[in-house]
Design a protein around this ligand. Structure first.
Ligand SMILES: CC(C)(COP(=O)(O)OP(=O)(O)OC[C@H]1O[C@@H](n2cnc3c(N)ncnc32)[C@H](O)[C@@H]1OP(=O)(O)O)[C@@H](O)C(=O)NCCC(=O)NCCS
Length: 394
């Protein structure tokens, strides 16, 4: 047990969870159902939840989940998924978060990588986490959308009741997450939670509708009433181009809805399929998954690369490494040689899944390298054919 400013920092016990739920509801502004909290608790390893206590009161908390992250090329790494990070407004900005995270990082032991979703983008860079996936919010004017004459029309979509097709949906998701950097393996209890389709998760929308293709699916809800109704897609998973096009044709084929909204990584196919690509508007852009690389050699050797590169990398907060990529595979080892490239740990986390480019960080003076050719090779090497996307929110 350690202590900060008179606070006790210790493992959460069963009896703490009522107070923890209240603290989370206070900090995030809404209560989560007890059943949902119980489900997430099943994914926390022993001693993976810590609390900060002021006397008998829980005034801070954080935990990590035992998750599995897909990296470029399809390898899967154990990831400590940090969540429920809260400090009471009565105890803010006196280092409680810093102490809780230090404790949690210590407890993560052999996890080579940690991840989280940030409530605010200014918090986690200083702790070595970099934004590693990008979510664009898209709004499609579906009433006016027409597909180009040469766009394929693969068909094969069925309208199904979610529970009738649970096994098929899980199987397709499994294929999707294993090919998608940022994909996460979904344990059965989390699927139970998805299929329970709680009122509180609907955000004013209808219960789920599901469109099913052999190689993809869409979950969506209907929002609005009367003349103006929209479809809000909550999950669009397509393993093939045909599945993606067929699902889009079905979504845009519904006459009585004005708009389809969806979040997707940059580079969505739909505008290229339509006669008027402006009907697909980008209405927002946010970070999704944030990554903190703990074991740099293991993590860099796990993914595949699209170009060769050889350099010495100095990662402040992470160490110095010789990185040698040949034929798409990396060898990475600790070195004390002079560095060619230097950056913060958070920047390496941002580059890892290919969602951000080294040259952009170089232009922002957050990646330092005297040789532009090396930066160009880093861009080429760390790129990824499948855009990174977070598997599910945690
Ligand atoms: C965000 C939150 C956890 C911060 O807790 P805290 O105990 O006040 O944070 P600390 O005092 O330990 O701050 C540690 C560092 O983070 C910075 N920081 C804290 N909150 C920040 C914020 N919201 N934005 C930017 N920086 C922030 C502090 O300035 C400090 O920086 P420094 O040490 O480098 O100078 C707390 O305000 C909270 O619970 N907010 C509501 C819930 C939430 O957003 N949780 C995060 C979920 S991902």
């Amino acid at each position: 047990m350690s202590s900060t400013a008179g606070l006790a920092i210790r493992s959460a016990e069963d009896g703490d969870w009522t107070a923890m739920s209240l603290l989370a509801a206070t900090c995030f502004g809404s209560f989560r159902p007890t059943e949902a909290n119980d489900m997430w608790r099943t994914l926390i390893p022993a001693d993976g939840a810590v609390v900060a206590c002021d006397g008998g009161d829980v005034v801070g908390m954080a935990f990590y989940l035992d998750l599995r992250l897909t990296v470029p090329g399809g390898a899967v790494l154990p990831m400590a998924g940090v969540s429920w990070v809260c400090v009471s407004p009565t105890h803010r900005r006196r280092g409680v978060l810093r102490t809780l995270l230090a404790e949690l990082h210590e407890r993560m032991g052999s996890y080579p990588i940690a991840g989280l979703q940030a409530s605010e983008a200014g918090i986690y860079d200083r702790f070595g986490y970099g934004s590693a996936t990008i979510d664009e919010s898209l709004s499609v004017d579906s009433r006016s959308a027409d597909f180009r004459a040469n766009a394929v029309d693969p068909g094969g979509v069925r309208i199904v009741r979610p529970l009738d097709e649970r096994a098929r949906l899980e199987e397709i998701y499994e294929r999707w997450r294993l090919r998608t950097p940022g994909g996460l393996s979904t344990p059965p209890q989390l699927w139970d939670e998805v299929f329970s389709d709680r009122e509180v998760s609907r955000h004013g929308g209808s219960s789920f509708f599901v469109l099913l293709h052999d190689d993809g699916f869409v979950f969506y809800r209907v929002h609005g009433e009367g003349e103006r109704k929209s479809l809000g897609v909550t999950k669009f998973a397509a393993v093939t181009v045909d599945a993606r096009v067929a699902l889009w044709r079905t979504l845009l084929g519904m006459d009585l809805f004005d708009e389809v909204t969806v979040t997707a990584p940059p580079g969505e196919l739909l505008p290229y399929l339509l006669t008027d690509p402006r009907l697909v508007r980008i209405t927002g852009r946010e970070d999704g998954l944030w990554l903190r690389i703990v074991d740099v050699p293991t993590v860099l050797e796990a993914r595949t690369y699209l170009a060769d590169v050889s350099m010495v990398l100095d990662v402040s907060g992470g160490g110095r490494f010789a990185l040698d990529v040949r034929d798409g595979r990396a060898r990475c080892a600790v070195t004390d040689a002079e560095p060619d490239v230097s950056m913060d740990l958070a920047v390496l986390g941002s580059l890892y899944l290919g969602a951000h480019r080294a040259s952009t960080f170089a232009a922002a003076n957050r990646l330092r390298c005297d040789d532009p050719a090396v930066v160009a090779r880093l861009d080429a090497a760390f790129a990824c054919e499948v855009p990174a996307q977070l598997g599910f929110g945690f």
